[in-house]
Design a protein around this ligand. Structure first.
Ligand code: MN
Ligand code: MN
Length: 297
């Protein structure tokens, strides 16, 4: 891996660290999720980067993939996962933490467990290590504290402009035979007091370009060209399209989604309604044996 690439990966990580601090500062109970997301988006640009995906602000049993759309009236409360993505020239940092806005001992225990699991995970990262071993350590850390790991959510390898690249970083002893090699990875344990699986929920307002399909409408084509230029293969929020094109932009999204050109992610909800905490860091392993936890101070 060239030094110039490593530098961009580390720069994205540094900016993500600042965003973690900033998000903790600005998020208070009953503040609008739309306002929080808009402030976080703006801060990423202010620091010289771009979002790698819309900030996820998922509450309680929603494990992931909640981002406010234009007109959203929900406010910060409960067990709130804050999952932030930053990219510098396509090189990504992906990081998450959880806040307890209800001041409940159970929430605090879930958060501590997610943090313990991500720390145990990053400590295991090393070229040559089996990914199933990482998953085993995460799963054991969680079960020792009396909670359950979510088995159908996982970390992932990361490539330039690709947030979920080929490999899975499991949250339990999955038996997969892949062995860590040089590269960029996100590890993200999800901890629950519920059953330990997620199902697809409502629409998220998070999209990505799915195929180079055809729409006849000229304006929809114009919006698509802008999306493609701006986000490439990365996820984006409908609120960003609204900010750029107004309500016509939202109509264009609907047309593009119906034509199969856009894919909309569903929210991911714990199947038994259990509360979910998440912690995530991005890890860079280089050929010469260096390890950087890019998103950790
Ligand atoms: Mn993430
Ligand atoms: Mn991730």
């Amino acid at each position: 891996m060239e030094k110039s690439i490593i530098d961009k990966i580390l720069k994205a990580g540094k900016i993500a660290q600042e965003l973690r601090r900033y998000a903790r500062e600005i998020i208070v109970r009953d503040k609008s999720l739309f306002e929080i997301a808009t402030l976080i988006d703006a801060k990423i640009f202010e620091l010289g980067a771009k979002p790698a995906f819309p900030v996820n602000l998922s509450i309680n049993e929603i494990a992931a993939h909640y981002t406010p759309s234009f007109g959203d009236t929900f406010v910060a409360q409960g067990l709130l996962k804050v999952d932030i993505g930053v990219q510098v020239d396509g090189y990504i940092a992906d990081t998450a933490f959880t806040l307890d806005l209800d001041d409940l001992p159970e929430n605090k225990k879930l958060i501590e467990t997610a943090e313990a699991a991500v720390t145990a995970s990053v400590n295991e990262f090393k070229i040559g290590k089996k990914l199933t071993e990482i998953g085993r350590v995460i799963g054991e850390t969680i079960s020792k504290k009396g909670f359950t790991t979510i088995v159908n959510l996982s970390g992932h390898s990361i490539e330039r402009f690709v947030i979920h690249a080929g490999w899975t970083v499991p949250n339990f002893d999955s038996g997969q035979t892949d062995i860590l090699e040089e590269g960029l990875y996100a590890t993200e344990p999800f901890v629950t007091n519920g059953h330990g699986r997620v199902r697809d929920g409502k629409n998220s307002g998070i999209y990505r370009i799915n195929s180079e399909g055809v729409v006849r409408d000229n304006f929809a084509r114009e919006v698509l060209a802008w999306m493609s230029d701006e986000f490439q293969t990365l996820p984006f929020a409908s609120r960003w399209i609204h900010a750029k094109f107004g309500s016509r932009g939202l109509l264009a999204i609907r047309q593009l989604e119906q034509a199969g050109v856009l894919y909309q992610y569903p929210q991911l909800v714990e199947i038994s309604g259990g509360k979910v905490a998440q912690a995530e860091h991005t890890v860079l392993l280089t050929e010469d044996g260096e390890k950087y936890i890019t998103t950790r101070e």
